[in-house]
Write a protein that binds this ligand. Structure first.
Ligand code: CA
Length: 217
């Protein structure tokens, strides 16, 4: 009998751990690198306007491809062999799910880019680096930045304009010159830390990149 009781207690504890674990896994954001996006080349974006960052924008006429979007550096993803000399910017849109938003504290955005970018969530700009003052189809980055290493930006979840369920990600990426740069690269991941029952639990971080080159800007 004693052994039976012990088994019951063990089973109860195991079930509780499984439930907590499942709940934690469910409280998360996982948007990995090499994700699929709708994208528009800068030389097709002269009349794009500014509402392309919004969730209800119709991107059905945009191309579709997986990150990284690049030329010169890296490997895999979508190679933009026509970019150098023809357009300096790229417009990207994608979706990601947020589950149990109330349990999420910090969010980590891992960026790998060359040379500048700005990022919107549900129409609100939340992060940028080497961003041009004005986002236009022919803009250039305000400085140079090399790809090859993901940089982590830890952002308070309250500053990210997240909603429960489906969220819209919009990314503007640009080069440092129209034809004088030997490379271009953009990829990112978004992941979250969930807090449950006063236990801070590291859920998942998705950082990976295939860029094997470290060329000049
Ligand atoms: Ca470049």
């Amino acid at each position: 009998m004693k052994l039976y009781s012990f088994s019951k207690i063990t089973l109860a504890i195991a079930t509780l751990i499984m439930l907590l674990h499942a709940n934690n896994i469910y409280s998360q954001i996982v948007f990995p690198s090499q994700s699929t996006y709708k994208y528009l080349r800068g030389n097709e974006a002269q009349s794009l306007g500014t509402n392309w960052v919004n969730p209800d924008f119709d991107d059905s006429f945009w191309d579709e491809g997986s990150a990284p979007f690049r030329y010169g550096d890296g490997e895999g993803g979508s190679e933009l062999s026509d970019m150098n000399g023809n357009y300096s910017t790229l417009f990207l849109r994608s979706k990601f799910e947020v589950n149990n938003l109330e349990n999420i504290t910090n969010t980590i955005i891992a960026m790998d880019w060359d040379d500048g970018f700005a990022l919107w969530i549900n129409g609100v700009e939340v992060l940028s680096q080497q961003r041009p003052e004005t986002i236009t189809y022919d803009a250039l980055s305000s400085g140079q930045h090399e790809s090859g290493t993901s940089e982590l930006f830890t952002i308070d979840v309250e500053d990210l304009n997240l909603i429960e369920g489906e969220n819209t990600l919009a990314v503007f990426a640009c080069n440092t010159s129209l034809s004088g740069s030997s490379d271009f690269y953009i990829d990112l991941s978004i992941s979250a830390v969930a807090q449950l029952s006063n236990v801070l639990d590291y859920v998942e971080i998705s950082i990976s990149h295939n860029s094997g080159f470290y060329g000049s800007a």
